[in-house]
Design a protein around this ligand. Structure first.
Ligand SMILES: Cc1cc2nc3c(=O)[nH]c(=O)nc-3n(C[C@H](O)[C@H](O)[C@H](O)COP(=O)(O)O)c2cc1C
Length: 222
């Protein structure tokens, strides 16, 4: 697959088939993704690859916790950014388009809450990835982990696999930390669902729009 094809065909999948993904394929994807660049080559990424019984336990414990408790205090790693325009409008459009496709009525808090909970089932994907980072590192290292994550998603796509990055895993991090034994010196940043997309599910027909080039690029010296 040409890199442009992987880039354009990758879309967040939010419904997966049960078909397992062999460990060797996952190892291959992670080895190649670790070719991602990082500032001064510090390679700050750490990843927990979760499947089978552990994946089921993680899902069960996070969902049970979520029934009775709010998200863990203030997100674990620093997330001080404020939501403002144009970001709020883009976020609302995505939410509206997605919930229309799945048939969640506007304002139905209960259905909304249930659908968001699908995050903690990895949307039924057989594999969940949880990315963590050393607490001492700064914002530049989070950029590195983002690059690693994108490399994973593209390497997966090139092998016929689909993914969904999930900031949702930054909520309820206390449960994830306990179930996966994530060391105290690591922040849990986000997760990725990985598997074969259920092509027949309406949610997977969603194509999230992008702004035109002029909206984000400033050319100098041309
Ligand atoms: C860091 C990050 C966190 C995300 N968190 C979630 C999430 O928690 N749940 C979800 O359904 N999608 C999540 N997404 C997917 C985005 O909504 C998606 O990438 C965006 O709408 C663009 O759509 P596309 O990936 O299909 O191109 C996340 C994406 C990124 C990069």
């Amino acid at each position: 697959m040409h890199i442009d094809e992987a880039l354009t065909k990758r879309r967040s999948a939010r419904a997966f088939r049960a078909d397992p993904v062999p460990r060797e394929v996952l190892e291959d994807i992670l080895r190649i993704a670790a070719r991602a660049p990082s500032g001064t080559n510090i390679q700050p990424w750490k990843i927990h690859v979760v499947a089978g019984e552990v994946r089921e336990r993680l899902e069960r414990e996070v969902l049970a916790h979520r029934e009775t408790r709010p998200p863990d205090e203030g997100a674990e790693f620093p997330r001080a950014g404020k939501r403002k325009e144009p970001y709020t409008s883009r976020m609302r459009k995505l939410g509206k388009d997605m919930y229309t496709l799945i048939g969640v009525p506007k304002g139905d808090q209960e259905a909304n809450w249930r659908q968001w909970g699908r995050n903690y089932q990895f949307f039924d994907a057989p594999v969940g990835l949880i990315l963590t980072i050393d607490k001492d590192l700064d914002a530049m290292s989070y950029v590195d982990v983002g690059m690693f994550a994108m490399a994973i998603m593209l390497a997966a796509k090139a092998r016929g696999l689909d993914t969904c990055a999930q900031g949702a895993w930054n909520n309820y991090w206390s449960v994830t930390r306990r179930v996966l034994n994530v060391p105290e010196d690591q922040y849990i940043i986000f997760g990725i669902s990985l598997g074969y997309a259920d092509e027949d599910h309406p949610v997977n027909t969603l194509v999230a729009e992008r702004e035109p080039l002029e909206a984000f690029a400033t050319f100098h010296g041309f």
